[in-house]
Design a protein around this ligand. Structure first.
Ligand SMILES: [Zn+2]
Length: 280
């Protein structure tokens, strides 16, 4: 079932669980993510980064996801990850994406707010959900998002509350110490800041940089308002490690390798879905 992320995130937020948002780069990653959601009986967000447009255009990504999503009873949302180009976002909405992330986090607060409000008006008129970001994540190792000179700027709770109230955004990505990519040192996740943000905002929050974050930290974040967790680097790392190990042993036909890669995606995504849902 192909949907936007609005009802998935609201019900996750209310039940103190989180929906996994997993980046995909080719057919096998997408199929692995959807199969993992079906295995677990959980909704999933298939997140497509604008930087992967050289792999696949927006129309193809939307058409492919719709066909695959209609083959399962589980809710599947196709999401446009980190995009600061308003025209590109409109193209994704026209292509049929279920949700979009407008990333104005590098802009001054008022400009980010104004742009996010505009995107929300367009997207909501089309039944598309919107995520925005306030604060900035640092760049870790193996990061395939943001830029290498990105620095940590924590999200301010009062500004976050004003931003959500005045923009009409459905979910807000916050900066509390996770990084894009893998951690270079010990993660310092500020759940104290997250608690304050959640108390002030009272709407679904999003955690970027799920890869490599200790499980107990992720669960503490879910307890404090995080309803969507993004995982990107670890999918690539997991599949590439298995691919390298296989190729060191044998030289399979590409069709065999493709199927194996789909199954490795399914494994690593399944692990995260169970973690995000299993509230003990
Ligand atoms: Zn991100």
């Amino acid at each position: 079932m192909f949907t936007n992320f609005d009802s998935m995130l609201k019900s996750a937020y209310q039940s103190r669980s989180a929906v996994g948002s997993f980046n995909w780069y080719h057919y096998e990653t997408l199929l692995g993510i959807i199969e993992a959601g079906r295995d677990a009986g959980c909704p999933v967000i298939a997140s497509f980064g604008a930087k992967y447009l050289t792999n696949m255009d927006l129309d193809t990504a939307a058409a492919l996801t719709k066909v695959l999503a209609e083959k399962t009873d589980q809710a599947v949302c196709l999401h446009l990850d980190h995009c600061s180009d308003k025209d590109e976002i409109v193209r994704a909405i026209r292509a049929g994406f279920g949700s979009v992330m407008y990333d104005g986090s590098k802009l001054p607060f008022e400009e980010n707010l104004k742009n996010t409000r505009e995107i929300c008006e367009i997207a909501h008129a089309c039944g598309v959900s919107v995520e925005a970001e306030l604060g900035s994540l640092a760049a870790g190792a193996q990061s395939h998002e943001g830029s290498a000179d990105d620095r940590q700027v924590y999200t301010d709770p009062a500004m976050a509350a004003q931003f959500v109230r005045e923009s009409g955004v459905d979910a807000l990505a916050v900066s509390i110490g996770t990084v894009h990519g893998l951690y270079k040192g010990t993660p310092n996740i500020r759940t104290d800041i997250l608690k304050d943000i959640n108390a002030a905002v009272g709407a679904p929050l999003v955690l970027h940089g799920g890869s490599g974050t200790p499980e107990e930290k992720l669960l503490a974040c879910i307890d404090n308002g995080i309803a969507k967790i993004n995982v990107n680097t670890e999918i690539s790392e997991y599949v590439m490690a298995h691919t390298k190990a296989l190729l060191a042993e044998e030289s399979p036909h590409l069709s065999v390798l493709a199927l194996k890669q789909k199954d490795w995606v399914r494994e690593v995504v399944g692990k995260y879905i169970r973690l995000f849902q299993n509230r003990g």
